[in-house]
Design a binder for this molecule. Sequence first.
Ligand code: NI
Length: 176
Amino acid sequence: MRAMTIRPILIHPDPRLKKVAAALDDVNDAVRALAGDMFETMYDAPGIGLAAPQVGVLERLIVLDCVKEEDAEPQPIAMINPEIIATSDETSVYEEGCLSIPDQFADVERPAEVTARWLDLDGNLQERDFDGLWATCVQHEIDHLNGKLFIDYLKPLRRQMITRKMQKLKKERTRE
Ligand code: NI
């Protein structure tokens, strides 16, 4: 097995983060290798979710692990072509962040419970209900596959303020 690689994470604003990602029609070793790299990249960051477009791959693949307690067993989940097939009327608000928008956080309201359907890394169809942080995370990551960021839920002024901060951050990073 090939060693996993930490991939660079794209920082907003980047046109690749605004694109609709393509469905994967085959679950093969290349997809499994990409998922491995994405887990490595997510845990290293550290983060609780990562979508393929965030590492510059415009394909419908996300990884997540919302177990935050230090001594708890990790629960890595990779989802290929994930879909939300049901949502609760009840909503919840979480303070969200994003590895592509470092150090910026804002409250976002979303359905509190969702049912997701996806292909796992063996190509098997999976379906599961999520609530709490997991529900928010699944929705946030699937949004990435549709070119949507959590700041798109905010008022334009707030969004522009965050975008300007990120432009400045990117400029500073290229100077380094
Ligand atoms: Ni994100």
